[in-house]
Design a protein. Structure first.
Lengths: 234, 521
C-alpha cells in the first residue's frame, strides 16, 4: 500500500473513533490567548455567578469573560467562566490573566489532579468554584467561607495570610502573598543575596585598578628614594 | 655627613608602622564580620509567627551549621587555632627573619597572608564551598604567615633606632597595632553592606599591596645603604671603608656570614680589614633563649599578654552582661584602653630611655596596675567614668605590654654577648612574643570558664593575680638594675644626690660596697 493512503486511512479511522469531545481537546492544547478563551464554546447553559456579578457591577461581558475597562485601550479580565469547557488542566487558559482575576469558575470539567501551585499568582481571587471532588487551594484557612454543594465547591474571599497570621519577616524582607494559602518573605527592593543580607554593589573593577596603580606608583617612588642606594656587596 | 636621624629613618618608621597596621587590620576583619558570617552559614531561625520562612532557597539553603550557637562555637575554634598557629609561627618566624633578608620575609609574609585571607573570605564564598576543615586549614596557614610580621618589623626598627632613643620611638611606634585595629574596623564597616566577602577582599588586597611596597621600598638595616652607627648614635656614611671587601651574603641561605668588624675599629684607623673579619652567625634558638633576661621577660610577657588580650577581648561581653550596654558602645570603649596603652608605652619608653634601664619603670607600673584593675572591676556603668578608668588601666597594663614587646625585645636582642650582631633581634622578639601569645591563648580558654563558674568579679581577681605573677618574673631584673643605678649615684648629706664620675667610681664603689655590707650586717 502507498504510504500516503495508509496515513489517510489511519486518520479517517481515528477521527471516526474519537468522540466529539476529543476534537475540542485539540483546541485546549493550543496556546490560548484571552480572546480565544472568552469566545470558546462551552457547555454551560445555566446563568453563572459571573454573569450576575458582571451585570451587577456594570462591567463588560464578553463571551464567558467579564472585563473591566481600566484604560481606554486596556481591558483587564476580572472573571472567567470555564464551566463545561472540557478542561483537564487550568494552567493554559488562565496564564495570561493571573494578577487581575477575581472570579474563576471551573466546575463541570474533567480536571486532573489540581495542585496548589496551579493557582500561583491568583492573589486577587475572591470567588473560586471547583468540581466538588476537589479542595480549596490552601485549605480552609486560606478562605473566609467555603460552600460545598452537589455541583461544586465554592471558595469565597481569599484571606490575606500575611496580615492574618501577623507574619514578621526577617530583616530586609517583607511578606508577600503569592497564591491562595501561600505567602513568602521576599527581599525588599535594593537587597539581594542569601537572607537578603546584601545591598549595593562593590566597585570591584575601580577598586582593583586604583589599588594596583597606587601600589606601583608608591613602589617606584620608594625604590627611587630608598632602595636605589642599596649597595649590593657580593 | 653625620646625622642622628636620616630620611631612611622616617621611611622605615612609616613603612614598618603601616605594614603592621595592615596585618592587624586584616586580622580584625575576622572579628568584625563574625555575626554576618554566621548568618551566611546557617538557615533562618524561626520565631513564633513563622514555622519555616519561605522561599527555601532564599532563607534555608545553607546548612554548614544548624543554628547560630554552633556557628559561634566554630568561630571560637577558629580563633583558638589562629592564636596557637600564630604563637608557633612566632618562634619560627623570628629565626627565619634573622637568617634571611628581613625585607623579603616580611613582604612574603604580607602577600601570602593576604592570599590566604582572600581564599578564606572571598574564594570560598564566591564558589559557595562551605567546609569546616578547609576553613580551619586556611586559617592555620594564615596564623603561621601573619606571625612573620612582628619579629621582622621590631628587628628592622631595632636596627635603625639605637638604644638611646629606642624607648620613645618604639613607644610611639607601638601604636601601629591599635591604628591597625581602628583601620580594620573602619574598612569593614564601610563595605560590610556589600557582603562579608568584600570586607575580606578590601583588607586582604590592601595587605597584599603593602607587601609589594615593602619589597621595593624597605631598607632593613642601615648597613644596606652603607650607614654605620657609631658610639654617639650618629649614622656615618662609610665612605672610607672599602665596602667592596665586605662579603655581605645576605641573600644566601648560608648561615655563616662574614661581615666587617665592629664600627669602633673601623672608625679609628684604616686597618687592613681582612685581618679583622668577624664571623657573625645568626644565633640558634637555644642561644637566644639563654641570653640574659630573655626567659624572665618571656614568662612575664606570657602573664601580661594574657591579661592584656583577655581584658581587651572580653571587655565588651562584660559591659553588655553587667551593665546592659549596647554591643556597639561596648566595642567603642576598647579604644580608650588602646589610647591609654599608647600613651603609657610612650611615657614608659621616654622615662626608661632617660634612666637607661627598663625594668625600673616596668615594675612600678605593673604594681600600680593592680589597684587600677580593682577600681575598674568595682566601677559603675557610667560611660565617662568607665572610659576614664579604662584609659588608666590601659596606661599601666597596655603601656608595659607595648614596652616589653617592642623596646625591651630589641634591647634583649642586642645586648652583651651579641652586641653588634644584628642577627638575634628577630629571634628574640619572636621568642618573647611567641611566649606571650601562648599566654594569651591560655587566657582565651580560662576566662570564659572562670566567668561561667565564678562570675566577673573572680575574673578581675584572676587578672590581678596574673599581673602579680608578671611582676614576680621581672623582679630579679628590677633588683639588678636598682643595684646598678645605686652604685652610680652617691648621696652626701651636704651635697645631695650626685652622679659619680668615672674616675671616682672605683674608690666610691669600694666605699659604698663596704657601707652596703655594713648596712646589711
Amino acid at each position: 500500500m502507498d504510504f500516503p493512503i495508509l496515513t489517510l486511512k489511519i486518520c479517517v479511522v481515528f477521527l471516526a473513533l474519537t468522540p466529539a469531545e476529543n476534537t475540542q481537546s485539540w483546541d485546549t492544547a493550543r496556546k490560548f490567548s484571552s480572546e480565544n478563551v472568552c469566545s470558546r464554546i462551552c457547555k454551560n447553559e445555566n446563568v453563572s455567578f459571573l454573569q450576575l456579578y458582571c451585570v451587577e457591577n456594570d462591567l463588560e461581558l464578553d463571551g464567558h469573560c467579564c472585563k473591566n475597562r481600566t484604560k481606554p485601550v486596556a481591558l483587564d479580565i476580572i472573571g472567567i467562566d470555564l464551566r463545561g469547557c472540557n478542561l483537564s488542566d487550568i494552567k493554559e487558559p488562565i496564564s495570561s490573566m493571573l494578577s487581575t482575576l477575581i472570579i474563576l469558575s471551573i466546575e463541570e470539567n474533567p480536571l486532573n489532579q489540581l495542585k496548589d501551585s496551579d493557582f500561583h499568582g491568583l492573589t486577587e481571587m475572591r470567588y473560586l468554584s471547583l468540581p466538588p471532588t476537589f479542595q480549596c487551594p490552601g485549605g480552609s484557612e486560606a478562605w473566609s467561607y467555603i460552600n460545598k454543594t452537589n455541583m461544586s465547591i465554592i471558595c469565597n474571599n481569599q484571606v490575606d495570610l500575611c496580615s492574618v497570621h501577623n507574619v514578621t519577616c526577617p530583616s530586609n524582607s517583607f511578606c508577600n502573598n503569592t497564591a491562595p494559602g501561600l505567602y513568602e518573605c521576599d527581599c525588599k527592593p535594593g537587597y539581594y543575596g542569601y537572607k537578603c543580607l546584601r545591598k549595593g554593589n562593590f566597585p570591584t573593577v575601580q577598586f582593583s585598578i586604583g589599588l594596583a596603580v597606587s601600589t606601583v606608583v608608591i613602589s617606584i617612588f620608594l625604590w627611587i628614594f630608598q632602595r636605589r642606594h642599596v649597595k649590593k656587596n657580593l | 655627613m653625620r646625622r642622628k636621624v636620616t630620611f631612611y629613618h622616617l621611611f622605615v618608621f612609616i613603612l614598618t608602622f603601616l605594614s603592621y597596621s595592615f596585618f592587624h587590620a586584616a586580622r580584625k576583619t575576622f572579628s568584625n564580620v563574625k555575626s554576618t558570617i554566621s548568618e551566611e552559614w546557617t538557615p533562618t531561625f524561626n520565631n513564633e509567627t513563622v514555622n519555616t520562612t519561605k522561599p527555601y532557597a532564599l532563607w534555608n539553603k545553607r546548612h554548614l551549621f544548624e543554628n547560630d550557637k554552633d556557628a559561634e562555637i566554630f568561630l571560637g575554634v577558629l580563633d583558638a587555632t589562629f592564636l596557637i598557629s600564630y604563637a608557633v609561627g612566632l618562634y619560627i618566624s623570628g629565626m627565619v627573619g634573622d637568617r634571611l633578608d628581613m625585607r623579603k620575609v616580611l613582604a612574603f609574609g604580607m602577600c601570602s597572608s593576604a592570599l590566604s585571607i582572600f581564599i578564606f573570605g572571598c574564594v570560598l564564598e564566591w564558589v559557595h564551598f562551605y567546609n569546616k576543615y578547609v576553613y580551619v586549614t586556611v586559617w592555620v596557614c594564615n596564623g603561621l604567615l601573619q606571625s612573620t610580621g612582628w619579629p621582622t618589623v621590631v628587628a628592622v626598627m631595632g636596627n635603625w633606632f639605637g638604644h638611646t632613643s629606642r624607648g620613645l620611638v618604639l613607644g610611639l611606634w607601638s601604636a601601629c597595632a591599635s591604628v591597625g585595629n581602628i583601620m580594620g574596623a573602619f574598612m569593614v564597616s564601610s563595605v560590610l553592606d556589600y557582603g562579608y566577602d568584600y570586607a575580606f577582599l578590601f583588607t586582604s588586597s590592601i595587605l597584599f599591596g603593602g607587601g609589594f611596597i615593602i619589597l621595593f621600598g624597605l631598607v632593613s638595616t642601615p648597613t644596606e645603604v652603607g650607614l654605620k652607627e657609631n658610639s654617639n648614635g650618629e649614622f656615618i656614611k662609610s665612605y672610607n671603608i672599602d665596602t667592596s671587601r665586605t662579603t655581605f651574603i645576605q641573600d644566601d641561605a648560608d648561615v655563616d656570614l662574614t661581615d666587617q668588624a665592629d664600627a669602633p675599629l673601623i672608625e679609628d684607623s684604616d686597618i687592613d680589614i681582612s685581618e679583622v673579619k668577624v664571623e657573625i652567625k645568626a644565633i640558634s634558638f637555644c642561644q637566644a633563649l639563654l641570653l640574659p633576661g630573655v626567659i624572665l621577660y618571656s614568662l612575664s610577657y606570657a602573664f601580661l599578654k594574657l591579661v592584656n588580650y583577655s581584658f581587651f577581648f572580653w571587655l565588651p561581653f562584660y559591659l553588655v552582661a553587667s551593665f546592659n550596654w549596647k554591643a556597639t558602645l561596648a566595642d567603642q570603649i576598647s579604644i580608650w584602653y588602646d589610647v591609654g596603652g599608647i600613651i603609657g608605652g610612650t611615657i614608659a619608653g621616654v622615662v626608661s630611655d632617660l634612666c637607661k634601664h627598663r625594668a625600673v619603670v616596668v615594675v612600678p607600673m605593673l604594681i600600680l596596675s593592680i589597684p587600677a584593675l580593682f577600681v575598674y572591676g568595682n566601677s559603675s556603668g557610667v560611660y565617662s567614668m568607665n572610659a576614664f578608668l579604662m584609659g588608666v588601666t590601659g596606661f599601666f597594663i597596655g603601656g608595659v605590654a607595648n614596652l616589653i614587646s617592642a623596646a625591651i625585645s630589641a634591647d634583649l636582642g642586642q645586648q652583651g654577648p651579641i652586641k653588634g650582631n644584628n642577627k638575634a633581634l628577630a629571634t628574640v622578639t619572636g621568642i618573647v612574643d611567641g611566649t606571650g601569645s601562648v599566654g594569651a591563648a591560655i587566657g582565651q580558654i580560662l576566662v570564659p570558664v572562670i566567668q561561667t563558674k565564678l562570675g566577673w568579679k573572680s575574673v578581675f581577681i584572676f587578672f590581678m593575680i596574673t599581673i602579680f605573677l608578671t611582676t614576680v618574673c621581672v623582679f630579679p631584673i628590677f633588683i639588678r638594675e636598682i643595684r646598678t643605678i645605686k652604685s652610680q649615684f652617691t648621696y652626701r648629706w651636704n651635697i645631695g644626690l650626685q652622679r659619680k664620675s668615672l674616675l671616682e667610681d672605683n674608690n666610691i664603689e669600694q666605699i659604698s660596697d663596704q657601707t652596703e655590707s655594713e648596712d646589711i650586717q
